[in-house]
Design a protein around this ligand. Structure first.
Ligand code: CA
Length: 726
């Protein structure tokens, strides 16, 4: 055979292979629920329920036992999936954010390679879905009973019945009505089993007369870990509502044990016949509980146990309906002949506490809410009953689906395609990740879970809590229930150091710069009050001069008070300083009401010294935070001139490490001066002796100014203010 013939044959076989690939673009059925913890799936070894239909996916395909979310909360997890990016990159950090639907998402890219795409059910991203040929989604959290679904024309359609069944029905209808000549992506997304757990009538009595086993850590006292755990408001013991969670009607009879205030909204939506069925089942149980309570037969722990049973049985009842729906979908794939070319995935937006640590809900980086179920069936590729321990994350879903579809995975996506690993029966290659990064941003929200982030490897988990600047380290082999942080145990010092390095490396790899990620400190009352006062004052407008910063700025109201009166008392000035703030907090405040109606002629900005008090935050990162503040001011106050101060010196002498960090930050931020709007002004020399030391007469604690210090600041600033027309 000549070389030429050989080449032609080779080309022909390449063309044939690519044509086959095209013809075989698999359908993707992505069934996704909300708050379904892996420990409530029998394929994951559940001790409390059976999920025969979910198990069908695992039995025919693979179960991933180390599947994690990037941010354990509903909206953010969905945004991570759609974009293949961590929250700080896709911009959806917290519930209540609005998803930017103009971003690159995997459904859009699948449309580009010929897929017909649809999402039906829970969406929860505020903006309308983009990238779908068909969508029909619940408004916000949606309802279990007689749900409304938003239509593509913006109208709402109410369906009578049970939400999980309706989402399944509508998904099946779409499958039957779609273009049979195109491969499909169907995202069937259930509300269930999200709070407030309301099962369908057919599953009310699923666990009647049965005591569901309690988790070992139901009575966790939160010792041995960050004290921030003790602030939680998600405990079965203290935080269930009488009506909303525990399904009682009427007034809260036992306010010591139950919260009042939120009634059972699902009951209110029910038809009379639905109410009748509900009451037939729950009323006798409720009455029996009330009788026992009134007779003094139940200890406090007994009440917690009763609440756990009420919670877990309603939660599991909701899951059973999801399992029913999965069964109907799988049956349809079988009957229609679609099964063999359809990849089926089951997942949920994050895990959930089923009484572990005494909790319900999610958010924390502990295993139960960090984990997500991930079951996948890919006929003829993944062997039945495959189990994989690879560390996968929800940012991998998009890249995986794109790879399945034969589409390119854009470099901006941070997740990785699992397809090579799936073809290799769940065994990851040597270059697959060995650690995942996690971040939770929803500070000061319900349930009082603090901002934290961290990394998890196969064996260890490191968490960082910025508010208390605390590390927690867990050895998951020795302590799988995460009851004792070992960060301060000498024998773990090398592990801690290694994990801290891993943490910094991964943050750098994913481009996490906390100095630019808007963050509230609203979980601190002092901060919350000050922030509200500033916003209230700013609403009045009539401001010519604004000072923006941290405690050094706030101190104009303390030791600087007389100086302020003298220099600014008659110049319509406002103080936007809050002690302890870093750049990310100022970014938050300026975009959450602190600018009110003010349109100052001049804004004086000094921020960043607290960023250096954080764990060695890189000066360049802090400078990016300052830059973001300048951008926000440019967007919102385009007419305002900015005096950007170099961060004041601190510490005893010029070798102080925190001072050096400020010096380095100043080297970066001085370049933000543009000769017009932004004026850089460094006045640090005013506070220093010629040898670089700081006198305690000027800075009593070597960080904050004395009255004399404020006088020097005002004098050094004055010429610039006058130059800018003040
Ligand atoms: Ca959720």
């Amino acid at each position: 055979m000549s070389t030429c013939t050989r080449l032609l044959l080779l080309l022909a076989s390449v063309a044939l292979a690519s044509a086959n690939l095209q013809a075989k673009q698999p359908n993707i059925l992505f069934i996704f629920s909300d708050d379904h913890a892996p420990q409530a799936i029998s394929a994951y070894g559940s001790k409390i329920n059976k999920t025969p239909n979910l198990d069908r996916i695992a039995k025919d395909g693979a179960v991933f036992v180390n599947s994690f979310c990037a941010n354990s909360i509903c909206g953010p997890s969905r945004a991570c999936i759609l974009t293949g990016k961590h929250s700080h990159k896709n911009g959806f950090l917290r519930n209540g954010n609005r998803f930017d639907g103009t971003q690159t998402t995997f459904p859009k890219l699948m449309q580009n390679v010929g897929y017909e795409t649809a999402v039906i059910g829970k969406w929860h991203l505020s903006s309308d879905p983009t990238g779908f040929d068909h969508w029909e989604v619940l408004p916000g959290q949606g309802s279990y009973y007689n749900p409304d679904l938003i239509q593509m024309d913006g109208s709402r359609k109410r369906y009578e019945g049970y939400c999980t069944d309706i989402i399944t029905d509508n998904s099946l209808s779409w499958l039957k009505a779609r273009d049979p000549n195109k491969p499909f992506l169907l995202m069937c997304q259930h509300k269930a089993p999200h709070r407030n757990w309301s099962p369908p009538p057919r599953h009310y009595d699923l666990f009647q007369g049965v005591e569901v086993p309690e988790p070992e850590t139901l009575f966790d006292d939160y010792s041995g870990r960050s004290d921030l755990l003790k602030e939680n408001e998600m405990s079965i013991r203290d935080h269930f509502y009488w009506g909303h969670d525990m399904k009682f009607h009427g007034e809260n009879l036992f306010p010591k044990h139950f919260r009042s205030g939120i009634r059972n909204g699902e009951y209110a939506r029910m038809t009379d016949s639905q109410k009748q069925l509900w009451d037939d089942y729950y009323a006798p149980q409720n009455q029996a509980f009330i009788r026992k309570m009134n007779a003094g037969e139940l200890s406090d722990d007994d009440v917690t146990r009763w609440k756990y049973q009420r919670y877990i049985k309603t939660y599991l009842g909701c899951i059973q309906a999801v399992d029913d729906g999965v069964g109907r979908m799988l049956d349809y794939l079988d009957e229609s002949g679609l099964a063999e070319n359809t990849v089926v995935i089951y997942s949920s937006d994050q895990g959930f506490y089923l009484g572990e640590h005494g909790w319900y809900d999610k958010r924390w980086m502990f295993e139960e809410s960090l984990k997500m179920p991930f079951l996948i069936r890919w006929p003829d590729v993944i062997d039945p009953k495959t189990e994989s321990a690879a560390l996968i994350q929800n940012i991998d879903y998009g890249p995986t689906f794109l790879d399945l579809a034969g589409a390119d995975v854009p470099a901006e996506m941070q997740g990785r395609s699992m397809v090579p690993m799936l073809r290799n029966q769940g065994k990851p290659s040597a270059t697959w990740r060995d650690a995942i990064y996690y971040a939770y941003y929803e500070n000061a929200a319900v349930h009082a879970v603090p901002v934290h982030d961290g990394v998890r490897t196969e064996r260890y988990k490191l968490m960082f809590f910025p508010r208390s600047r605390e590390w927690n380290l867990f050895d998951l082999e020795e302590d799988p229930m995460e009851m004792q942080s070992v960060h301060d145990q000498p024998s773990y010092a090398p592990i801690l150091a290694g994990m801290q390095k891993r943490y910094r490396d991964l943050r750098q790899f994913y481009g996490v710069n906390s100095a630019v990620i808007p963050e509230t400190r609203g979980d601190l009352e002092r901060w919350r009050t000050r922030d509200a006062t500033i916003s209230k004052n700013a609403k009045k407008g009539n401001v010519d001069l604004a000072f923006i910063g941290d405690s050094i700025t706030q101190g104009w109201e303390g030791r600087g008070k007389q100086v302020w009166e003298k220099h600014y008392g008659s110049r319509n000035a406002i103080n936007l300083g809050i002690g302890g703030d870093r750049t990310e907090h100022v970014i938050w405040r300026l975009t959450h009401g602190n600018l009110g109606k003010i349109k100052p002629k001049v804004a004086v900005v000094m921020i960043g010294t607290n960023n250096t008090g954080h764990f060695d935050q890189d000066p360049q990162e802090v400078a990016a935070g300052v830059q973001r503040i300048l951008e926000i001011l440019a967007e919102r106050l385009p007419e305002t001139k900015i005096v950007l101060h170099g961060i004041f010196p601190r510490g005893p002498n010029s070798l102080d490490l925190k001072r050096l960090n400020n010096v380095a930050i100043n080297q970066h931020i001085r370049r933000f001066a543009d000769g017009d709007r932004v004026h850089y002004l460094e006045v640090g020399d005013q506070f220093l002796a010629p040898d670089g030391t700081i006198s305690k007469a000027i800075m009593p604690d070597l960080l904050h100014l004395s009255t004399e210090g404020y006088e020097r600041w005002a004098k050094a600033l004055e010429p610039k203010l006058q130059e800018l027309g003040l």
